[in-house]
Ligand binder design. Structure first.
Ligand code: UD1
Length: 373
C-alpha cells in the first residue's frame, strides 16, 4: 500500500515522526506499506519547520508544495492546486492527514475529489464546537470526507458515531504526539534562556499564545498579559513568541522585568522548559496534551477545547479568554491546589504502531467501503 503522508505546520511534525518510523519498520519487515512525505510548506521558517525535521529525525520531504503564507482561502487554494497536480502524476492508495491545520483539510479535499482517493485522518473526530476557529472548520470538513479515522479519545469516537461513521472505520489508537513526547523525553535539552535568566526548577511559568481570539486585538492582549504578570507572584514568565503574536506585540511595546519574550524554541528545548516549569499558560491544543502527560499544571486561555480529556483526566483547566479569570486560576496554582491529573487511555507511546497495524488491515481489504454505509 502506497501512502501519502501530509505535514504542513508546526504541530503536524511531531505527529508524523512516529508514524514514519513505524511505517519504515513495517516496510523493513517486508510488509506491504510505503510512504511518500509531502510538506505543504504552510510553515516555512526554520524555527517553525526545519528545526523539527532535524530534531525529530524526520527525513527530507519527498515533495514540498511551498505554499507559504496567505489568507485562509489563499493557503487552502494554493495547497489544493499544487497537491492535485502531484496526485495526478502519481496516485497513492491512501492519503493520511494529521491534526487540524489548513494543510490537513486542503489535502483531504484534493485527494477525495480526485476520483475518491481514500483519506485517513489521524486525530479525527475531535470537536470544540467553536466555528470561529479555523481549526474547527478544518476538522469538520476533513472528517466529512475521511474514510478511516485514527482517534485519540473516547469522546472523538462518540462524535464520529453520532455523525454516522461505521464502527469498523474508527480506530481508537491513542495519540502520536505523545509517542514523540515519551520517546524524546530523555533528550529534552536545556535552552540558552535557562542560563540567561538563571531559571530554577518549578520557579517560572511558560507561556504561549497565538490564537486570533487572544492576540489579534492589541488591547485585549495587553490586558491579558498584564493580568498574568500581576498575578505571577514575581516568577519569571518565559514566552516563546509565535510569528503571528510577534507582529502584535511589537505594537504593544509592553516591557516588564518579569516578562521574557524569546524566539520560538525547538521541540526538545521547549519541552524541557515545560517539563521543569511551575505551570504552563497557553491557547494551544497540543501543549495541553503534553502538559497532561508531563504532569504540569496547564491553564488554557480559551473558552472551549476539542480535547476535553486534558481537562477531565489531565492537568488542564479552561480559564477562558476573559482576563478577569486569570487571578483566581493563579491563586489556585500558588495555593498548591491544582489537580494532579492522570494520563488518558492509550497515550502510551505505541500509537503509531497501532496505526500501522490498522493501515495494514485496511490495505488487505481494500475493496473500499464508504465510511458511512
Ligand atoms: C497554524 C494552525 C494552528 C496551529 C499553528 C501552530 C491553521 C488554520 N492554523 O496557525 O492550528 O496551532 O499553526 O503554529 O492551520 N508565519 C511565519 N513563518 C512560518 C509560518 C507562519 O512567519 O513559518 C507567519 C505567517 O506569515 C502568518 C502567521 O505566521 O502571518 C500565521 O501563520 P499561519 O500558517 O497562517 O497560521 P498559524 O497562526 O501559524
Amino acid at each position: 500500500m502506497q501512502i501519502d503522508l501530509i505535514a504542513g505546520a508546526r504541530p503536524n511534525f511531531m505527529k508524523i515522526a512516529p508514524i514514519i518510523e513505524a511505517i519504515e519498520k513495517a516496510s523493513k519487515e517486508a510488509k506491504d506499506i510505503s510512504y511518500r512525505l509531502v510538506h505543504t510548506g504552510q510553515h516555512y521558517d526554520k524555527k517553525m519547520s526545519g528545526n523539527f525535521f532535524d530534531e525529530l529525525g524526520i527525513p527530507e520531504p519527498d515533495i514540498n508544495l511551498e505554499a507559504g503564507s496567505g489568507t485562509q482561502a489563499e493557503q487552502t487554494a494554493t495547497i489544493m492546486t499544487r497537491y492535485e497536480k502531484v496526485l495526478m502524476e502519481n496516485r497513492p492508495d491512501l492519503v493520511m492527514v494529521v491534526g487540524d491545520v489548513t494543510s490537513t483539510m486542503a489535502c483531504s479535499i484534493a485527494a477525495k475529489k480526485l476520483n475518491n482517493i481514500k483519506v485517513a485522518h489521524v486525530e479525527g473526530g475531535i470537536r470544540s464546537g467553536d466555528l470561529t476557529m479555523p481549526e474547527e472548520i478544518n476538522r469538520m470538513v476533513t472528517d466529512a470526507i475521511t474514510d478511516y479515522f485514527f482517534t485519540t479519545s473516547h469522546t472523538a469516537n462518540d462524535n464520529l458515531r453520532r455523525a454516522g461513521v461505521r464502527e469498523d472505520h474508527i480506530f481508537f489508537v491513542g495519540n502520536t504526539m505523545i509517542d514523540t513526547l515519551l520517546k524524546n523525553k530523555p533528550r529534552f535539552k536545556r535552552p540558552k534562556v535557562w542560563e540567561d535568566l538563571q531559571l530554577k526548577e518549578g520557579k517560572y511559568i511558560v507561556m504561549t499564545l497565538h490564537r486570533p481570539a487572544n492576540v489579534d486585538e492589541e488591547e485585549k492582549l495587553r490586558y491579558l498579559l498584564q493580568e498574568i504578570i500581576d498575578n505571577s507572584h514575581g516568577l519569571p514568565l518565559v514566552f516563546p513568541v509565535h510569528p503571528r503574536t510577534a507582529k502584535v506585540l511589537e505594537h504593544l511595546g509592553i516591557t516588564d522585568s518579569r516578562l521574557h519574550t524569546i524566539e520560538p524554541l525547538g521541540y526538545l528545548e521547549f519541552n524541557y522548559l515545560v517539563a521543569h516549569s511551575k505551570a504552563v499558560i497557553t491557547d494551544s491544543g497540543g501543549i495541553t496534551e503534553e502538559a497532561t502527560v508531563l504532569g504540569i499544571p496547564c491553564m488554557t486561555l480559551r473558552d472551549n477545547t476539542e480535547r476535553p480529556e486534558t481537562v477531565d483526566i489531565g492537568t488542564n483547566e479552561l480559564v477562558g479568554t476573559d482576563p478577569k479569570n486569570i487571578k483566581p486560576a493563579m491563586d489556585k496554582l500558588f495555593a498548591g491546589a491544582w489537580k494532579k491529573g492522570a494520563v488518558p487511555e492509550l497515550w502510551d507511546g505505541h500509537t503509531a504502531e497501532r496505526i500501522v497495524e490498522g493501515l495494514l488491515g485496511i490495505g488487505g481489504g481494500m475493496g473500499m467501503l464508504d465510511s458511512r454505509f
